[in-house]
Design a protein. Structure first.
Length: 347
C-alpha cells in the first residue's frame, strides 16, 4: 500500500514500528501476521487433510485486510505498475526449521494469489504460533464479534479480531506456566490489583476479579482489559516460547506509568522466547524500550517510517541498544511543544 520497498535482515526479539498516521504501520503488522498465521494454519491442516499453502495464504490475507470488491489488488501501491512482492524467511525450533516464503500479485488480483512458494515445509508441533492484538480491546464485544463473523458472515471485524477471540476462548488448564512468563503474569495483574478470569459462561465469558468483588467487562476499565488479554493468553498457554506477537498501539487506554510497566513485561516476554512486533505513537513506549535495551544490552529494532507529500513511505532502521532514539516524528512533536512553551514565556 504505502510502501514501495522495505528490506530488513536478522529481526531481533523486539521490533517497534513508529511513524505518523498513514505511513503503513498497521499494514506491515498485518502482512507479517497473515503470512505467519497462514503457515501455522497450513501446518495444522496438513496433519489431517490435503491442503495448499497458497490457498491458506490467499484466504488469510483477504480476511485480514478485508479489501473492497477489487480484492487483494487493493494492497498493491496505487499508481504502481509493479507487483506487490514479499520475501520472508521464518526460522524456528532452535534454528532447525528454516523456511523461505515468496509470493507476489498485481493490482488485478482478486482472491487467489497467482505466484507463491510451492514447497512449504510444515511447522514442527508447538514451535511457532502467531497472535495479533489490535488497538481496540475485544473482551467487551467478545460474543458480538464472533457472531458477526461466524454466524452472520459480516465484515465489520477482520481476522485479527476473530483469531484473537478464538485464542482467548481456549480454556485455561492446570499446569505450570514457564517461570519467566509466570512472573510476567503476576506483574501484569499487580498493575491493577486484580485479574481477568474466564467464566465458561456464554453470556459473560470474562469477568474482572478484584479481591472479593467481580465486575462485568462493561464496567471494567479499558486499560485493565488490554492487560487482561495478555494475562489470559499466558494462562491458557497461547502466549509462550515460540509465539510471534503483533501489537497495534498497545499503549491505548493506559496511563504512562502502566505503559512503562507493560513495556518491561514485554521485554521479559522476549527473554522467554516471544518475538514481538509493535506499532506505536507513544513516546513512553519508545523511550522505555530504549532504556530497557541499554540497561539489558538488548537488540531492539526501531523501524522509523517517514512520508513526504506525493511520495512513497521511506524506512530506516535503528538498534536501540545504546539507548539513543533516532530522529523521529514522536520526538519532533515533543520538541515542538517545548519550543512553543519557551516562545509563550518570552512573549
Amino acid at each position: 500500500m504505502a510502501h514501495s520497498e522495505l528490506s530488513l535482515k536478522d529481526m531481533p526479539s523486539i521490533n517497534i514500528i513508529i511513524g505518523k498516521n498513514d505511513t503503513g504501520k498497521t499494514g506491515l503488522l498485518k502482512l507479517l501476521y497473515a503470512t505467519v498465521k497462514s503457515l501455522e494454519v497450513y501446518s495444522l491442516k496438513a496433519k489431517h487433510s490435503e491442503t495448499v499453502f497458497k490457498k491458506e495464504l490467499s484466504e488469510k490475507l483477504h480476511d485480514t485486510f478485508m479489501p473492497r470488491k477489487n480484492g487483494l489488488g487493493d494492497l498493491v501501491q496505487k499508481g504502481s505498475k509493479e507487483r506487490l512482492e514479499v520475501n520472508l524467511t521464518i526460522i524456528g525450533n532452535n534454528n532447525k526449521y528454516n523456511q523461505d516464503i515468496h509470493y507476489s500479485f498485481g493490482d488485478r488480483t482478486e482472491k487467489v494469489i497467482p505466484n507463491c512458494s510451492e514447497h512449504i515445509e510444515t511447522l514442527p508441533p508447538d514451535t511457532i504460533n502467531a497472535l495479533f492484538i489490535p488497538a481496540k480491546e475485544v473482551l467487551t464485544a467478545f460474543n458480538d464479534i464472533r457472531n458477526i463473523r461466524e454466524l452472520q458472515f459480516g465484515v465489520g471485524f477482520d481476522d485479527t479480531y476473530l483469531d484473537l477471540i478464538k485464542a482467548l476462548n481456549i480454556p485455561t488448564s492446570k499446569g505450570k506456566v514457564a517461570s519467566e512468563l509466570s512472573q510476567v503474569n503476576r506483574s501484569l495483574e499487580d498493575l491493577f490489583e486484580g485479574k481477568i478470569e474466564q467464566t465458561r459462561q456464554n453470556d459473560q465469558p470474562f469477568i474482572f476479579k478484584k479481591g472479593n468483588q467481580q465486575f462485568a467487562m462493561q464496567q471494567t476499565a479499558e486499560g485493565i482489559k488490554k492487560i487482561g488479554i495478555l494475562t489470559t493468553l499466558i494462562t491458557n498457554r497461547q502466549l509462550g516460547k515460540g509465539t510471534i506477537l503483533f501489537m497495534d498501539e498497545p499503549e491505548t487506554a493506559l496511563h504512562p506509568d502502566a505503559v512503562r510497566q507493560m513495556v518491561e513485561m514485554l521485554v521479559a516476554m522476549s527473554k522467554a522466547g516471544v518475538q514481538i512486533f509493535l506499532a506505536s505513537h507513544s513516546y513512553f513506549v519508545v523511550k522505555q524500550l530504549a532504556n530497557c535495551a541499554k540497561r539489558d544490552e538488548l537488540d531492539v529494532s526501531c523501524w522509523n517510517l517517514k512520508r513526504e507529500v506525493s511520495k512513497p513511505v521511506s524506512s530506516s532502521f535503528h538498534n536501540l541498544i545504546d539507548g539513543v532514539l533516532p530522529s523521529n516524528s514522536i520526538v519532533d512533536e515533543a520538541l515542538k511543544m517545548y519550543d512553543e512553551e519557551i516562545y509563550i514565556d518570552l512573549k
